[in-house]
Design a protein around this ligand. Structure first.
Ligand code: NAD
Length: 254
C-alpha cells in the first residue's frame, strides 16, 4: 500500500464526524500524514477539536475563509511549524438558505457572490498560499458534486457554483502542473452531512442515488477518504486536473 509517512496535510472543512473532510483526515492519518485541522468558529471548535486531537493533529486553528487575516495566520503557522505543506484538502461550501432554495433564475446577486466566494474563490486562496510551501510538489483537492454537470433537482445555484469550482480546478492544475503540484476535484455521491441537510428533500436524493447507482450503495466518507489518500500519494503524482467520481457509478446513469 502507498504511504503518506511524514507528509504534511492541511484539512479545511471538518464540522463533525459526519463531514467528508473528517473521512479524508482519518484516511490521510492512517497512511501516516501529519495533520493541520481548522474549525470555522468557537461554536464549531467544540465539535472539531476533540476529533482533531484524536487524530493527533499537530496544528489546530480557526479558519473562516472569508477572514483573510485568519488565512494568513494559518499559513504563517504552517510555515513556522512544518516549513512546507504537501497536501491541502478544501471541503467547504456555503450558500444563504433563501438562495439555496430558490430557482437559479431568482438567485440574488449577494447570495451568488457569497456562495462563489466561500465555495470557489476560497479554494483559489488556499492553493495560492500553499504554492510557495510546495517546492517539491504537492496535492490540492476540493470537493464537488455531479450537479455541476447535470441538472439535479433542488441543487439549484450550487450546480453553477460547483461547475465554476471544477473549472477552477482544471485551470489551476494546468498552471501548477509544471511545479509538480496536482489539483483535483473529488465528486462524491450524496452523503448525509450537515451541509447536505440544507438542501430541500435531500433524503429523496439519497434514495434516488441508492436506487440508480449501479452498485445500489451510497458512498461513505471513509470511501471518499481512501480515494483522497491515494491521490495525495507519490504514486498518483502524474494524475491531475480531474473530477473524480466516488459515487457507485451514479454519474454514468444519472
Ligand atoms: P459539512 O457540513 O460537514 O462540511 C461543510 C464545511 O464547510 C463545514 O465544516 C463548514 O464549517 C465549512 N464552511 C462553511 N462556511 C465556511 C467558511 N466561511 N469558512 C470556513 N469553513 C466554512 O458537509 P460536507 O457534505 O462534508 O461538505 C464538504 C464539501 O463536500 C462541500 O463542498 C460540499 O458541497 C461537498 N459535497 C457534499 C456532498 C454531500 O452529499 N454531503 C456531495 C458532494 C459534495
Amino acid at each position: 500500500m502507498f504511504s503518506l509517512q511524514g507528509k504534511k496535510a492541511l484539512i479545511i472543512g471538518i464540522a463533525n464526524d459526519n463531514s467528508i473532510a473528517y473521512g479524508c483526515a482519518k484516511a490521510l492519518r492512517r497512511q501516516g500524514a501529519d495533520l493541520a485541522i481548522t474549525y470555522l468558529n468557537e461554536k464549531a471548535e467544540k465539535h472539531v477539536r476533540p476529533l482533531a486531537e484524536q487524530l493527533g493533529a499537530e496544528i489546530i486553528a480557526p479558519l473562516d475563509v472569508t477572514q483573510d487575516g485568519q488565512f494568513t495566520a494559518l499559513f504563517d503557522r504552517i510555515r513556522e511549524t512544518w516549513g512546507r505543506v504537501d497536501i491541502c484538502l478544501h471541503a467547504v461550501a456555503f450558500c444563504p438558505k433563501e438562495d439555496l432554495h430558490a430557482r437559479v433564475v431568482d438567485t440574488s446577486r449577494e447570495g451568488f457572490g457569497q456562495a462563489m466566494d466561500i465555495s470557489v474563490h476560497s479554494f483559489i486562496r488556499m492553493v495560492r498560499r500553499a504554492e510557495p510551501l510546495m517546492p517539491p510538489g504537492g496535492t490540492c483537492m476540493t470537493v464537488s458534486f455531479y450537479g455541476a454537470e447535470k441538472v439535479v433537482e433542488n441543487y439549484n445555484i450550487m450546480g453553477p457554483v460547483k461547475a465554476a469550482l471544477e473549472s477552477v480546478t482544471k485551470y489551476m492544475a494546468a498552471e501548477l502542473g509544471p511545479k509538480g503540484i496536482s489539483v483535483h476535484a473529488l465528486s462524491p455521491g450524496p452523503i448525509k452531512t450537515r451541509a447536505a441537510s440544507g438542501l430541500e428533500d435531500f433524503d429523496e436524493l439519497l434514495e434516488d442515488a441508492a436506487e440508480r447507482a449501479p452498485t445500489h450503495q451510497l458512498v461513505s466518507i471513509e470511501q471518499v477518504g481512501a480515494y483522497a489518500a491515494f491521490l495525495a500519494s507519490e504514486e498518483a503524482g502524474n494524475i491531475t486536473g480531474g473530477v473524480h467520481y466516488i459515487d457507485g457509478g451514479y454519474h454514468i446513469v444519472g
